[in-house]
Design a protein around this ligand. Sequence first.
Ligand code: NAP
Length: 292
Amino acid sequence: MERRIVITGACGQLGRALNQVLKERCDLTVINTDMGEPTAYCPIILDITNSVAVMNLVQDVNPEIIINCAAHTAVDLCESDRERAYQINATGPKNLAAAADAMDAKLIHISTDYVFDGEGNTPYTEDAVPNPKSVYGTTKLAGEEFVKSLCKKYNIVRTAWLYGEGKNFVKAMLALAEKNSEIKVVNDQYGSPTSALELARAIAFLIDKDDSGIYHGTCEGRTSWYEFAIEIFRLAGKKVVVKPITTEEYPTPARRPKYSVLENKKLKEAGYTMKHWKEALKEYMEQYKIGR
Ligand SMILES: NC(=O)c1ccc[n+]([C@@H]2O[C@H](COP(=O)([O-])OP(=O)(O)OC[C@H]3O[C@@H](n4cnc5c(N)ncnc54)[C@H](OP(=O)(O)O)[C@@H]3O)[C@@H](O)[C@H]2O)c1
């Protein structure tokens, strides 16, 4: 029987990576949806904040799985754009959860390390208690709560420091290096840079599991933004001076967790291990010929 998968936010970094991974799977038909103009890649316009449009689409397509990659991901902008952030990050998943449940579909919803306050110094497992400190984190947590309460079949997959096809830290660093011989990067926030492709592979693994619950999905290892930048320039062969600075020296509208390393406890228990962040970064830069 044909297994249909609806992807929302399909034009974003993760949506594109999922398409790359799932095209290998001849048992699955992927239906891409996003905002903006329809294209051959993404023929269906779906605003996840529109409950009627979401329900109609899910009833028409009758998918086995919905993967929600749509989000308001501009963390600093969310601070001044609270209403829109809530609409996209909380009401959107609420609409998808209700529609998925009505059609007995599984919802795979993507969330973030920023649901944690980052005050600790050991990795967060899936059962750690969230305590977001930013509008982005708060609205993403509200989205998680709707998914958990409205949908019988779901996975919430928390990831972090994502990069793929789109705007991201890797490209931002390389763009800065084009214009500056010295770059200052924050060295007191720790996390796990995660390639969208690696995350998409882990999600493809979850597609075939029939349990519900939260998973953490980040590349192995931990680092700071500063060390991440150093590795990007090393792989790109760029000669640039990178200076470590503190969070206080680089104030931003949104407060970010100091330590938001996630432990993929449940994925590992299920027999799945994601690549180390350095290996995944090398793969990404080679694949997209970035930096050379
Ligand atoms: N990026 C990160 O560092 C990071 C870290 C942790 C977790 N995550 C989570 O990972 C997931 C994927 O992130 P990503 O980096 O792939 O995001 P992304 O590149 O920003 O893509 C998000 C997509 O969602 C679309 N979108 C926005 N509002 C929408 C709406 N109302 N209805 C339908 N689509 C809408 C966006 O369209 P427009 O571009 O037109 O707005 C964009 O195509 C998100 O849940 C995010 O919260 C990301």
